[in-house]
Design a protein around this ligand. Structure first.
Ligand code: HMG
Ligand code: MG
Length: 266
């Protein structure tokens, strides 16, 4: 059994993007510095999106620049378009994450375009990223349910994830955006994805609206998944998924993993 599990800490991005009050720059920086000190090796710093759409993530590139960045830690920025990548490059960012959805309605609400249009935006991103040797991670949202369309066909999730993989994403994070999934449905969705993408390139990204995230992670571990996104103190949600509460809390994930014989390095 592979007993190391990689945790991608997304609290400073997926967590704080959903806070009602603006979190001051210095507080965001302090949070990130403490995450580094806690031993996280993969940290999402923020996002280079439109500040009109998500004002909470404004100045994420300044944050990236201000952060002390030990060699052994991977810091990333979420990027929706070429403008976002150009901003990330300005501050020397070495890893970005692009995002799309398995639901058309969610794609429109979240990024104001169709799924196909989101892939058209990714093409220049990948071309520029390749030139600069930037690693690209990919997110698929709504992998089980969509707040606007209901249940999503696992084949549609697998197809969208495979498109990201074929474009060059080194890792695909499967976003259970609204936290309604249960283990059986997670298993069905993962099995469809595992038919087309190697297990070591798949990450689970669970939200905890119905308290099911830990059960869903346990099921994902049974399916061989060894990468999970989580958010410190369960901060988070998604501004375009009304009613969805936080991401799974990192401390709960670490507890589950360590009590189950896995190592996390945290
Ligand atoms: P748009 O309005 O269709 O595009 O937004 P636009 O090109 O017309 O741009 C509108 C304005 O934004 C313009 O400014 C642009 O310059 C500016 P104006 O001229 O009006 O002053 N702009 C930007 N500014 C900064 N950085 C940029 C950028 N791009 C344009 N990169 C857009 C399209 C994609 C930009 C917009 O819809 C957007 O920013 N969406 C982001 C939504 C978001 O961040 N959602 C949360 C993250 S996804 C998530 O949480 C799910 C995940 O956690 C997984 C899961 O749980 O499912 C990943
Ligand atoms: Mg999320």
């Amino acid at each position: 059994m592979n007993d190391f599990v990689k945790i991608v800490e997304v609290g400073a991005r997926d967590g704080l993007q959903n806070e009602k009050s603006v979190i001051h720059f210095e507080q965001r920086l302090e949070l990130l510095n403490r995450l580094v000190q806690s031993g996280f090796k993969s940290i999402e710093v923020g996002s280079c999106v439109s500040p009109r759409w998500v004002p909470q993530m404004d100045k994420s590139t300044d944050l990236y620049a201000a952060l002390e960045k030990p060699e052994q830690v991977n810091f990333s920025l979420l990027v929706p378009n070429i403008k976002g990548l150009e901003a990330a490059l300005q501050v020397g960012c070495k890893e970005i994450a692009v995002f799309t959805a398995a639901s058309e309605s969610f794609a429109h609400k979240n990024i104001n375009c169709s799924i196909d249009e989101s892939f058209a935006r990714f093409e220049p991103i990948f071309a520029l990223a390749k030139q600069h040797n930037i690693k690209v991670r990919g997110y698929v949202s709504c992998v089980v349910d969509c707040p606007y369309e209901g249940a999503i066909d696992p084949q549609k999730v697998a197809m969208t994830a495979k498109r990201l993989f074929d474009l060059g994403c080194y890792e695909i994070s499967l976003g259970e955006t609204i936290g309604t999934a249960t283990p059986i449905r997670v298993r069905q969705m993962l099995q469809a994805c595992l038919d087309v993408i190697p297990v070591e390139c798949i990450a689970g990204h669970f939200h905890d609206t119905y308290g099911m995230a830990i059960a869903n992670i346990a099921e994902s571990l049974n399916q061989g998944i060894r990468i999970f996104d989580s958010s410190i103190a369960g901060l988070g949600g998604c501004p375009y998924a009304k009613g969805a509460t936080g991401n799974v809390a990192t401390e709960d994930v670490v507890y589950l993993l360590e009590q189950s014989g896995f190592q996390t390095g945290i």
